[in-house]
Design a protein around this ligand. Structure first.
Ligand SMILES: [Zn+2]
Length: 123
């Protein structure tokens, strides 16, 4: 079962991977591996900040749900397809991709546990 440290590391690596593998000519100046790792780490831990696991084995509700996973996946696809018009939009696009990758990494790790993820939140 993934703990807070695992979520932070995998989230950070997810953000870093986005910044490394999503670099193209248009956004090269928008890529910052340190910022991408920090954003991925923060968003990799965010679901357990919103719904803390302390003394509550049923803490996985809406923020940990399959619904949020699918919605984030769709949003990530739309963000990936977005063609920024300037450098600020390029930075924003990169940060959104890193944040989404970090958050999704958390949900995917939690989905591998025996409790998995609820569809909407209440079980
Ligand atoms: Zn969690």
């Amino acid at each position: 079962m993934a703990n807070s440290k695992t979520h932070a590391i995998v989230g950070g690596l997810s953000g870093l991977a986005v910044s490394v593998f999503d670099a193209d000519d248009h956004e090269r100046t928008a890529q910052n591996p340190i910022l991408a790792t920090a954003v991925g780490t923060f968003f990799g831990k965010l679901p357990d900040v919103l719904e803390p696991a302390l003394r509550n084995p049923h803490h996985r509700q809406f923020c940990h749900s399959v619904t949020v996973l699918v919605a984030l996946g769709y949003g990530l696809k739309k963000t990936y397809e977005w063609k920024p018009q300037d450098n600020i939009e390029g930075v924003l696009r990169c940060l959104m991709l890193c944040a989404g990758a970090g958050y999704i990494s958390h949900l995917l790790l939690d989905a591998t546990t025996p409790r998995s993820l609820p569809l909407f939140g209440k079980r």
